[in-house]
Write a protein that binds this ligand. Structure first.
Ligand SMILES: [Zn+2]
Length: 180
């Protein structure tokens, strides 16, 4: 079963850095330069830059370079693009929904037979080929009612649809409030 990720999961997947969530939170709170972000999060500046560049490659962050007038050093000002992450989440939910719909179709359009001993399951065509004897364990195959399974899949589909419609927005709250 596919699992829909949260904003945190996406940040972690892309950067492989625990601190990536704190770095994004820092940008959301208004810290824009990598130096300020490093100071606030107490994460090494090189790590902050590495994380932000990786997210930049994924289209999640962008930067503007500015020259500090005092000492002529280059400063990078970063922006976090929430909508890109929302779209990633919405796409994931959409794919999940499609997978579930396929499973529902498969369950609805087939009759299943299973052995009691180990729960090995076969479509009717296969079960009849095996003369209703499980080829894996030799137990007899009996008709299996899959209506509970279909109900469960319908619930999962509803949940996935909700995720698509929310466009991932609820997850950003989690990011802001650090509830998890
Ligand atoms: Zn069996």
């Amino acid at each position: 079963m596919l699992i829909v990720h949260t904003v945190q999961d996406i940040l972690m997947d892309i950067t492989d850095e625990e601190g990536s969530v704190s770095i994004i939170e820092s940008i959301l709170k208004g810290k824009k330069s990598d130096i300020d972000i490093a100071e606030e999060t107490e994460i090494k500046l090189t790590t902050v830059r590495k994380v932000l560049y990786k997210l930049n490659e994924a289209g999640i962050t962008t930067y503007k370079k500015k020259i500090e007038p005092k000492n002529k050093s280059l400063i990078y000002y970063w922006k976090f693009h929430q909508e890109v992450v929302f779209n990633m989440l919405a796409n994931e939910s959409e794919k999940l929904k499609e997978e579930i719909e396929k499973s529902i179709k498969y369950e609805e359009s087939n009759m299943f037979f299973a052995c009691k001993a180990n729960g090995h399951r076969y479509k009717f065509e296969n079960a009849s080929e095996f003369n209703f004897i499980c080829p894996e364990c030799g137990d007899s195959l009996q008709h299996q009612d899959n209506s509970d399974k279909i109900m469960e899949l319908l619930h999962q589909k509803e949940a996935a649809e909700l995720m698509v419609n929310q466009n991932g927005k609820s997850h950003l709250f989690k990011l802001d409030t650090k509830s998890e």
